[in-house]
Ligand binder design. Structure first.
Ligand code: 0A1
Ligand code: ZN
Length: 865
């Protein structure tokens, strides 16, 4: 039965418990590429050594490769001396060490998966993480096989004048027939997922950086000539990152060159290949005309992230892919702190928590929930998730908080020094924290093992007779797939008690909640204090409290922890909105008053004000409900927004007028002013004022920067005014030839709170500028649409069908990107029966497609469970 074509063999499940050290090591590899878009010839020479006492053959991974020649120690092998099974090449070898050569041909221009060696806009480039190297040559494609690479590239000199690979350039020269070659050596042993090459007609923004120990590093950002003026921000971010890692972690860069290349077609954000980072161009290119402040911050954060991987990922890599969060969680934590240091700590923390809640909390409460260190996978590409990245970062943040800055640094120093040049595990990291930071993390380890977002109930009670206060904390971790029962976690909760009279608290304490139910007592409170808990979002948990709306209003005006202040305001709004949706009487005036108080507070940073006064997203409101009702949520939120708009109309007009920037600047103050101005515009447009669309169109037309232009376009796109169509047309005509900016045109329409968004998205899917070949374009339309709760969950089920159609079509070209569109359909348990049935039907339709990829099969089948 298993061989029957309509019953493909069950896809292989990889399990963490099955880890075994590699049978063969490859200390050195020489690669020779004869590059050509149609056919590239790859010669690989592997020095292999037997690892341990065994007689097992050498097994080399391959994906879509056919060996055209194999030599062992200089002798050609006959076809009976090797075998190929499921892409994997097996060669029995007699001795402890051999030289194995293989020759294959691959076709970059036919590679639509964008894994391995592929063509993008006239360039040839690679993406090897996680398992793309096996699409280039036969090799033990696992991160615990570390090799020194010597790479020779040859190509047509006119088409590919620039030839780049990892490490340092050593030699280059010309060849007959208009070809040329270059050799690159990387002295640092690395796993093959960090291999990279680029060939193309590229211009370079060249700069230099002198390390703390005085070594000069040549920096290069390589882009199409026309894009050079858009690379300055990325270069500055790179130099800032290099200095920051020296200052904060004592880590210097280690090669003579550091190159970054921007490519237009890329499955993810960027890739940390040793000495040759390859980026999705959206995280390199930025100028005021085309990039929003969010884009600028994205460039800064991703450049930093990839650079920081040089230590957290490359010098110390991962033993196996179950340890992915070892490099990703830690590196996200590092880039978050870097960005905070470059701008505002308060605002960065709010933004990061907003992302965590939107992406990771949703993942953790659905069918794809998995621990930060997963136990099994079918397709590793599906595990580059918000849980591995963002929750992983929160775990590091909690350890840093519990240890304090000095002991945390002692822990990271120990980790880097102890594991330099090794492939390590999450356990190695935790042990270094324990030893370097002198702390017991036994119970804390559960954060790596247990999936699901812990819930904490915090009940504060006051006894006027004893003047004592008791804080009762109860925790529970919900069941997740494969984990029905959970044990209590170690949860660090920064807490303060406020005296309502003075508006002050008596100090911020770190309470460690380690039991299922635990009480903390506080003496000397004649009157009941107000609880501020999980300050700074010290733990990635959902906190429920018995605080009144009045308490929340107090905290939203007085809490000195900016995150807690923001959180109080959000909770105040959530309570009103959820109450309204549930048909309960609610006091909206308290929300209007709190927003007004915050918006006019002269002591507050405008960027913080903008965050604090914006209503919780529709998706976040859905997370607070037992059954998500997208229409009721939209109606309630929209009504409240209109009321806030109308009641405070003069305020919005005032802010909008006052914050008009004179000339574009990228300072935190200028960015904050734009953020607040855009929020004021949103409320003004919502107010129902007759000139709302005119003001928005005015901002759209006059703006000297994309932040204001796109915000105005988005505001107009939510409405039905004549200005809506005019602005969309102007935007399209202005940017039709600039792919990254045209993405915004698609995205803005897909995100719009417009009654016909679902139909518009269907039309846009047929637009001549829409293509499935470019992942950014796909994400701009269908990714954005699937994140628009009201539109995607249109009760007709049309939204589900559109996304499923896209998944099915895209899977044939690019399974990785297709699979990333599946999770929104998997949240059916959270919706009413009619919607749930429609969503399930689409998942079933996807799964019935013959020849479906492993990537989509895993996501869709898990989503149905
Ligand atoms: N390691 C990169 C991102 C990345 C993730 C997955 C990939 O393929 C499955 C490729 C790149 C980073 O964290 O930036
Ligand atoms: Zn990363």
């Amino acid at each position: 039965m298993a061989d029957h074509p309509s019953f493909p063999a069950a896809p292989h499940i990889v399990r963490r418990e099955d880890y075994r050290a590699p049978d063969w090591l490859v200390p050195d590899i020489a690669l020779d590429f004869d590059l050509d878009a149609a056919i590239t010839r790859v010669h690989a020479t592997l020095s292999v050594t037997r690892n341990g006492d065994h007689d097992r053959p050498l097994k080399l991974d391959g994906d879509g490769l056919l060996p055209l020649e194999i030599h062992v120690d200089g002798q050609p092998l006959t076809p009976d001396q090797w075998s190929l099974d499921g892409g994997r090449l097996t060669i029995p070898l007699p001795g402890p060490a051999h030289l194995v050569k293989s020759f294959v041909e691959i076709s970059p221009q036919s590679n639509s998966k964008l894994m391995g060696l592929y063509a993008s806009g006239g360039l040839l480039c690679t993406q090897c993480e996680a398992e793309g190297f096996r699409r280039i040559t036969f090799f033990p494609d696992r991160p615990d096989v570390l090799s020194r690479y010597s790479v020779r590239l040859a190509a047509d000199k006119a088409l590919y004048p620039v030839l780049l690979a990892n490490g340092d350039p050593v030699e280059q020269g010309d060849l007959p027939d208009g070809r040329h070659w270059a050799r690159w050596n990387d002295p640092y042993p690395k796993p093959c997922y960090l291999f990279a090459l680029v060939a193309g007609d590229l211009a370079c923004n060249a700069d230099r950086f002198v390390t703390a120990s005085g070594r000069e590093v040549q920096l290069g950002i390589w882009v199409k000539e026309a894009d050079l003026p858009r690379t300055a921000h990325a270069m500055q971010a790179l130099k800032n990152s290099m200095a920051w890692d020296e200052r904060v972690y004592g880590r210097e860069y280690d090669l003579d060159v550091f190159n970054i290349v921007a490519v237009a077609d890329f499955n993810f954000g960027a890739m940390e290949n040793k000495g040759l980072n390859i980026f999705n161009s959206r995280y390199i290119l930025a100028d005021p005309e085309t990039a929003t402040d969010i884009d600028y911050d994205g460039v800064e954060g991703v450049v930093a992230h990839e650079y920081f991987h040089n230590w957290s990922g490359n010098r110390v890599t991962c033993r196996d892919w179950f340890q992915l969060s070892l490099k990703e969680g830690f590196t996200v934590f590092r880039d978050q702190n870097f960005s905070a240091d470059m701008g505002s700590h308060a605002v960065k923390r709010i933004e990061d928590v907003r992302i965590l809640r939107a992406a990771q909390f949703q993942e953790d409460s659905g069918p794809l929930a998995h621990p930060v260190r997963p136990e099994s996978y079918m397709e590793i590409s599906n595990f580059y998730t918000a849980t591995i990245y963002n929750k992983g970062a929160e775990l590091i943040r909690m350890m840093a908080l519990m240890l304090g800055p000095e002991r945390f640094r002692a822990g990271t120093d120990l980790y880097f020094d102890r594991h330099d040049g090794e492939a390590a595990t999450c356990e190695d990291f935790v042990r270094a924290m324990e030893e370097g930071g002198e702390i017991d993390l036994s119970q804390f380890r559960r954060w790596y093992e247990q999936a699901g977002t812990p819930h904490v109930r915090a009940l504060l009670s006051h006894d006027p007779a004893t003047q004592g206060v008791t804080l009762l904390l109860e925790q529970s971790v919900p069941p997740t797939p494969g984990q029905p029962e959970k044990k209590p976690m170690a949860i660090p909760l920064r807490t303060a008690l406020f005296d309502p009279e003075s508006g002050q608290h008596r100090g911020d304490e770190l309470l460690m909640l380690t039991e299922a139910r635990q009480s903390f007592t506080f003496a000397g409170w004649p009157a009941a204090p107000i609880l501020s808990i999980n300050r700074g979002f010290s733990a990635p948990v959902i906190v429920e409290t018995n605080r009144s709306q009045a308490d929340l209003a107090f905290l939203s005006a007085h809490d000195d922890d900016p995150f807690a202040r923001y959180e109080a305001m959000q909770q105040l709004m959530v309570n009103v909105l959820v109450g309204r949706i549930g048909g309960q009487p609610v006091d909206e005036d308290a929300v209007v008053a709190a927003i007004r108080g915050t918006a006019i507070d002269p002591l507050l940073d405008p960027a913080f004000i903008a965050e604090a006064i914006r209503l919780p997203s529709e998706a976040y409101l859905g997370d607070q409900m037992a059954v998500v009702d997208p229409d009721a949520i939209h109606a309630a939120r929209d009504a409240l927004q209109r009321r806030i708009g109308a009641e405070l109309e003069p305020l919005w007009r005032d802010i909008h007028g006052k914050t008009k920037a004179n000339a574009f600047a990228l300072s935190p103050a200028a960015k904050g002013a734009r953020k607040l101005r855009n929020t004021a515009l949103l409320y003004l447009a919502a107010s129902g004022a007759a000139d709302g669309a005119t003001v928005a169109f005015g901002q759209f037309s006059e703006a000297d920067n994309m932040t204001e232009r796109q915000a105005a376009l988005a505001t107009l796109a939510n409405g039905t005014s004549a200005e809506r169509e005019a602005a969309l047309d102007i935007f399209y005509n202005r940017y039709r030839d600039d792919a990254l900016t045209l993405d915004k045109w698609f995205q803005t329409q897909a995100f719009a709170f417009h009654p016909h968004t679902v139909d518009l998205v269907e039309e846009l899917g047929r637009h001549k500028d829409f293509t499935l070949a470019n992942p950014n374009r796909v994400r701009s339309l269908y990714g954005a649409f699937a994140g628009n709760q009201w539109a995607f969950h249109h009760k007709s089920g049309k939204g589900y069908r559109l996304v499923a159609d896209c998944i099915i079509a895209l899977d044939k070209l690019n399974p990785q990107t297709a699979a990333r569109l599946v999770p929104p359909l998997g949240r059916w348990k959270r919706f009413d029966e009619a919607r749930a049935a429609l969503m399930r039907a689409e998942l079933q339709r996807i799964l019935a497609v013959p020849g479906l990829s492993k990537d989509v099969t895993e996501q869709a089948s898990k989503s149905l469970e």
